[in-house]
Design a protein around this ligand. Structure first.
Ligand code: SF4
Length: 339
């Protein structure tokens, strides 16, 4: 008896990746689903209702799920993308190449026959245009063992199709951004109930996150990029006060708590006797920077514009007491400082 055909499928939990797995699985091929964490996306690995995580989806599809964290190695891809960034700091083409290389390595280790993804030609501007898909084939080292079941009929046959390991006639010819063919297929394959929005929500495509990342790049450069600041990029309002000073101001009580672990080694700005936000200062603050930051913090407090506010600034063993007035909510300076 010959060896059973085996494939490695990238599985984010989003509909397209689920459909690709279902299509391949339908042909009696053994599938290992691969969830790759870049460290810059939220994935539901588990869920309380047992229906909406990638693990739940893998179980419903009847496949093994492997979770691979590439965060450390991903920095090189993020800081030095050969093919550049998308609209923000999303290095989609290089990111995709990185993931395919990881999948290809597992394909070899597992003695599997091919790798497949849920990509659809022309669906996303940066990594799924036909010529970019070709770049991934050429540069990932996987050669013609990368199959895109949802768009296969629009692409050159791959080795598993040529060798008859996969029945090409059962693959699809989807293209573009329309979702209706996928929704129709989901119904046909009976996956519509669990193929939910469990797919990764990548921060790198967010404009706000991108601006904050670029600000760090500008201040520290690629060589000295402060990776330890990354968790802070997703919390609070960020303002660049001066070349050396940046402040992060909590937006609500939950962010007040989220910021607590980051106080040590940084400046802490707190209002005295006034209800309002806290600020975590990163870098070096001159007295002028502290005054401006205190006025900004006052803007996000219950203090009236003409009130005098007291702000305590703590840094290492020093405490500064600053008395000033809040900036007006419509002061254009606020937007000019915002990152
Ligand atoms: S959106 Fe994010 S995870 Fe997806 S390819 Fe682009 S950079 Fe990678």
């Amino acid at each position: 008896m010959g060896k059973k055909v085996k494939a490695i499928g990238l599985l984010s939990g989003g509909l397209d990746s689920v459909l690709a797995v279902a299509l391949i699985k339908q042909q009696g091929i053994e599938v290992i689903g691969l969830l790759i964490h870049t460290g810059f996306a939220d994935y539901k690995e588990t869920s309380e209702d047992g229906k909406h995580s990638v693990a739940d989806i893998a179980e419903a599809l009847g496949i093994e799920l492997r979770i691979v964290n590439i965060y450390d190695a991903y920095w090189e891809t993020l800081l030095y993308p050969k093919h550049g960034y998308g609209k923000n700091i999303n290095p989609c083409l290089d990111c995709h190449l990185h993931m395919i290389r990881v999948a290809a390595k597992i394909m070899h280790e597992e003695n599997a026959d091919f790798v497949f993804t849920g990509e659809v030609v022309g669906q996303r501007p940066k990594s799924q245009l036909a010529h970019q898909m070709k770049i991934v084939l050429e540069e990932s080292g996987i050669e013609d063992r990368l199959l895109r079941p949802l768009s296969a009929l629009r692409l050159k046959p791959t080795i598993p199709e040529i060798e008859g390991l996969v029945d090409r006639s059962k693959l699809k010819d989807f293209s573009g951004r329309q979702r209706s063919p996928q929704l129709h297929l989901a119904k046909e394959l009976g996956v519509e109930n669990f193929a939910v929005a469990a797919g990764g929500n990548c921060y790198l495509i967010s404009k706000e996150y991108g601006n904050r990342f670029k600000d760090l790049l500008q201040q520290y450069g690629k060589e000295n990029f402060p990776k330890e600041e990354m968790p802070l990029l997703r919390i609070g309002r960020h303002f660049r006060i001066s070349k050396t000073a940046k402040i992060i101001i909590s937006r609500d009580e939950s962010e007040y708590h989220l910021l607590q672990p980051f106080i040590s080694g940084r400046y802490l700005f707190e209002l005295e006797n006034t209800i309002g936000a806290i600020g975590i200062g990163v870098g070096e603050f001159s007295e002028k920077d502290m005054l401006l930051t205190s006025r900004l913090l006052g803007r996000y407090s219950k203090a009236g514009q003409d009130e005098i506010i007291h702000v305590n600034v703590r840094y290492q063993d020093k405490i500064y007491d600053i008395q000033t007035s809040p900036l007006a909510a419509n002061d254009p300076l606020i937007d000019s400082l915002r990152i």
